[in-house]
Design a protein around this ligand. Structure first.
Ligand SMILES: Cc1cc2nc3c(=O)[nH]c(=O)nc-3n(C[C@H](O)[C@H](O)[C@H](O)COP(=O)(O)O)c2cc1C
Length: 357
């Protein structure tokens, strides 16, 4: 089977994963309006290419938080990679190390932060964090990732409660017994048998999370803090005022509040508010190099892919994730060349036809 574009990997995963696993990865909240709009929104954007600019050499490299990466696409934090491929996050970590881009490891990984670091010792990694009612739990994991050389903390702020994903309820989705949220192995033992939600005891996340907790996190760690899940200029402004180092414009792949805009549609107002004071990244619905180009043109420093990495895993583990990244890289480079951009710095808002938006 020749894999030409990311949709081919999606189709493969749809056919080869169990129904409950596929449903879990595919899920959006409620009617899935936002999940689907994340993809559609890119298709509404038209570009204004420049010509005759000698695009015989294209440089796709960029940097995030001062670290050079091979192109502006990283891996968003997604849970439970071992459901898609037996080596799980170890394969993802190795693939991103080879491609030289950024991997945001999820709290809900089925391999531990230690195992991930050991699998790809030279990989560039950030760690995605949730805040737990038991702050000691959050504190312990922060200490561990700091010691292991993870380079930033990505605090996910759009999950005070888990969104309603209908098929997971219908399927009574649960991790199979041989898998677990490996980062918390042993920590929840005393609560064994209690009601669980997505691999950890229900009600572990703290819905009282607020900006105070961002300050608390800053007092705990010297790592840069990136807030994931911002969709408005008001919250972007607050994030900058609170001294964070980055923002990920994200609606959690449409899995939380249904009916919020596609992330690419939120980006311009956030860029206008932030005015270059911190780096702004985004995720949601990136499926082609063209999508990447549009997001960078609208101001994102880097984009992250969630579900496509899982399809790559389902296809061929490490090699599959590498292929996904390679295809996106090649498509991005081609789109750059066809639009007259020789390097990432040349990609800017002039590339977007605003009169149609
Ligand atoms: C199956 C799945 C699991 C996810 N798990 C997490 C997670 O553990 N932490 C987190 O911050 N975001 C999580 N997300 C959201 C992703 O980080 C990201 O925002 C989203 O997948 C981007 O959209 P895309 O899948 O269209 O690329 C998850 C998304 C999916 C699809």
């Amino acid at each position: 089977m020749t894999m030409v574009c990311l949709n081919d990997f999606e189709e493969y995963a749809r056919q080869h994963l169990s129904k409950a696993t596929w449903d879990y990865y595919e899920a959006g909240a409620d009617d899935c309006c936002t999940r689907d709009d994340n993809l559609q929104a890119y298709k509404r954007i038209r570009m204004r290419p420049r010509i005759l600019r000698d695009v015989s050499i294209n440089d796709t490299r960029t940097s995030v938080l001062g670290m050079e990466i091979s192109f502006p696409v990283g891996i968003a934090p997604t849970a439970f990679h071992c459901l898609a491929w037996h080596e799980g996050e170890l394969a993802t970590a190795r693939a991103t190390e080879t491609v030289n881009t950024c991997y945001i490891a999820s709290t809900y990984s089925t391999c531990s932060v230690e195992e991930i670091a050991a699998a790809a010792p030279n990989g560039y990694r950030w760690f995605q964090l949730y805040l737990y009612r038991d702050r000691k739990l959050s504190e312990q994991i922060v200490r561990r990732v700091e010691a292991l050389g993870y380079k930033a903390l990505v605090l996910t702020v759009d999950v005070p409660y888990t969104g309603k994903r209908r098929n997971d309820i219908r399927n009574q989705f649960k991790l199979p017994p041989h898998l677990m949220v490996k980062n918390f192995e042993r920590m929840f033992q005393e609560q064994a048998g209690s009601q669980e939600e997505y691999g950890i005891p229900a009600n572990t996340l703290d819905p009282s999370i607020s900006w105070k907790d961002v300050c608390w996190l800053q007092s705990l760690s010297r790592l840069p803090i990136i807030i994931k899940g911002i969709l408005t200029k008001e919250d972007a402004e607050l994030a900058v005022e609170h001294g964070v180092q980055g923002i990920i414009v994200s609606n959690h792949g449409g899995r939380q509040l249904d009916g919020v805009p596609a992330t690419i549609d939120c980006l311009p107002e956030i860029m206008d508010a932030v005015q270059g004071r911190v780096e702004v990244y985004m995720d949601g619905g990136i499926r082609t190099g063209n999508d990447v180009l549009k997001a960078i043109a609208l101001g994102a420093k880097c984009v992250f892919i969630g579900r496509p990495a899982i399809w790559g895993l389902a296809y061929k583990g490490e090699e599959g994730v590498r292929e996904i990244l390679q295809i996106l890289h090649d498509e991005f480079r081609l789109s750059m060349a066809l639009s007259g951009c020789r390097n990432v710095a040349e990609i800017n808002r002039n590339l977007i036809q605003f009169s149609r938006l």
